[in-house]
Write a protein that binds this ligand. Structure first.
Ligand code: FAE
Length: 527
């Protein structure tokens, strides 16, 4: 039986079977698996997807009053299983307590890194800033250089990045919107960056700019102009539920089970797999333990979720070991940096009204001593004189994930040896911006005017872009199929060795397109 496109209405202990007895189970509904689900479903293959988080669209249908909260007023829906918001920069309701709920933004805390993740159907696409950035070809080649299989760069740049960008709905901001008050922060950021010697970068976004114009003109259905982003956008953003997942569900061949967490995988003697699953309620309380049988398993639970399932499965003797699982993990060089420019005479304000969707960056990737890309980030509440950046550093050293049975979770081996140069780069960037960046507005040089992050305006613990842990061409073959465990395919950011030099989801999408196309072309799903 197959052909169900409902979300969460259908519960079964076994996976729906499509043609020729094939059962495909996908774990996670972020970028990697959204691509895989669409491409398989288009070919008539039935797919069952498990998602640990909520079905937000369904929740809204059942609760008409539900809205994703603004960043200034986080409520229980904002945050995964905490009593208060975990936002890196609290913009309001600080200290307000709410009851723990399976909300949008999760923070996983480790000693030297705090990893932020979007939860629910659509994964990170629900919480992210929509920056749709294709990485530099030379850097992608360098970063995948250590894999045993060669990445087909010409195919990626000629065919698959354009396909990913089209499907995701990527666009550049129209000039009239860039010139509006909502993007003064980006214009000022670019001007300062150029004065400081950095290369301005036009960053596409997948927010619907026609909608943005409408919200500015009419004041209705405001989202980017109403402080919405990391806890979800109520309008305008093309998250995966509006693109890949919508198309996949429209085929009638895909079912998604929200609040179903895959715990581990067991390989059966006949070479098929049993996935052990916990169904929970919205307080993450266990409702039922289930086992689901599948011929093929697609892992798209993100760069902590996927390695955790794999390492736990190896620990329980469910899967054969593979020496590369957990390796080449990193934070994509993420370092938050901020400057405070109030004390600079004649300094031009960045504007109090700022759209939450970034559209500009600064690159220093051509400087071999300080390779980074800095996102010019909005600060929509008290932003007039505060400049915020997410510095995405090129990587020098990878970390590793290991499974800790006592705590039943994975823990990154990640410390100052990994992040030291990220801090140096961020300090170099801030110094340059502070020394040269404001010349256009008064010619003052000033240093150490930093705010928000107490340690000289820099925080290298905050991570929005975890990557790696089951790398393409190392832990997997060229299809993303796990070595030693045929029939298990990895589709998500876990395939990318720790760093891209830019924000990652376009690359995750393009790589998933590559694997899905070749899996289907070479008939790897036959049973
Ligand atoms: P991901 O999207 O994380 O999806 C994994 C899914 O699996 C989630 O829905 C999980 O709930 C689910 N899951 C996890 N464990 C289990 C389990 N055991 N069983 C069942 N389900 C499970 O994976 N990137 C950009 O390129 N541009 C941006 O502007 C940008 N901004 C960001 C802003 C924020 C605040 C955050 C947190 C991230 C941002 N990112 C951005 C990163 C981007 O969203 C992330 O790289 C991708 O979402 C990762 O895609 P994956 O397919 O790897």
């Amino acid at each position: 039986m197959f052909g169900r496109s409902v979300v969460g209405r259908y519960l079964s202990d076994s996976v729906l079977t499509s043609r020729e007895g094939l059962k495909v189970l996908m774990i996670g509904t972020g970028y990697g698996n959204a691509v895989a689900a669409l491409r398989l479903a288009e070919r008539g293959i039935g797919v069952v997807m498990l998602e640990a988080g909520m079905d937000w669209e369904g929740f809204r249908k059942e609760n008409e009053k539900f809205r994703f909260p603004k960043m200034t007023s986080p409520d229980k829906y904002s945050t995964w299983m905490r009593e208060s918001s975990v936002a890196p920069i609290p913009l309001g309701n600080m200290g307000v307590k709410f009851e723990p709920f399976t909300g949008v933004l999760e923070r996983k805390d480790y000693e030297n890194v705090q990893v932020y993740l979007g939860k629910g159907i659509g994964g990170g696409s629900i919480a992210n800033g929509g920056m749709t950035v294709t990485p530099d070809k030379a850097y992608l080649k360098e970063i995948f250089g250590r894999t045993e299989v060669q990445l087909p760069l010409e195919r990626l740049y000629g065919e698959l990045f354009p396909l990913a960008n089209k499907e995701l709905g990527m666009h550049h901001i129209p000039e009239d919107l860039l010139q509006s008050k909502w993007y003064k922060f980006a214009r000022v950021g670019v001007k300062e960056g150029e004065a400081a010697g950095f290369t301005p970068v036009k960053v596409p976004n997948l927010y619907d700019f026609d909608h943005l114009r409408k919200e500015i003109e009419t004041g209705k259905e405001r989202s980017a102009t109403d402080v919405e982003v990391i806890y979800g956008n109520n309008h305008g953003k093309r998250d995966l539920t509006k693109t890949y997942l919508k198309k996949a569900l429209a085929t009638g061949n895909v079912s998604i089970f929200p609040l179903h967490r895959a715990d581990y995988i067991e390989k059966l003697e006949d070479g098929t797999y049993l996935v052990h699953v916990s169904q929970t309620d919205t307080k993450e309380k266990l409702i039922a333990k289930k086992t689901m049988h599948a011929n093929k398993v697609f892992l798209g639970a993100g760069s902590l979720g996927t390695p955790e399932i794999l390492l736990r499965s190896v620990h329980k003797n469910g899967l054969k070991d593979n020496p590369y699982i957990g390796k080449y993990w990193a934070n994509n060089g993420n370092t938050m940096a901020s400057r405070y420019t109030w004390m600079v005479l004649g300094h031009e304000s960045r504007g109090n009204r700022q759209s939450t969707m970034p559209v500009r960056g600064l690159s220093n990737m051509s400087d071999p001593d300080h390779r980074f890309f800095a996102e010019i980030a909005p600060m929509p509440v008290f932003g007039s004189h505060t400049a915020m950046y997410l510095v995405v550093n090129a990587l020098q050293k990878f970390g590793k994930l290991r499974y800790n049975p006592a705590e039943d979770r994975i823990i990154p081996e990640w410390n100052k040896e990994h992040t030291g140069y990220m801090r140096e780069n961020a300090a170099f960037f801030l110094d340059k911006m502070n020394t040269h960046g404001s010349k256009g507005w008064g010619g003052h040089t000033y240093k150490n005017n930093t705010i928000l992050f107490s340690d000289n305006g820099i925080d290298e613990k905050i991570c929005y872009h975890p990557l790696g842990g089951c790398v393409w061409g190392k832990a997997t073959d060229r299809y993303g199929q796990l070595r030693n465990n045929p029939g298990i395919f990895v589709t998500d950011g876990t395939l990318i060795p720790g760093s891209l030099g830019v924000n990652p989801y376009v690359t995750i999408t393009a790589l998933a397109e590559l694997c899905a196309a070749d899996i289907l072309k070479d008939n790897l799903l036959k049973v």
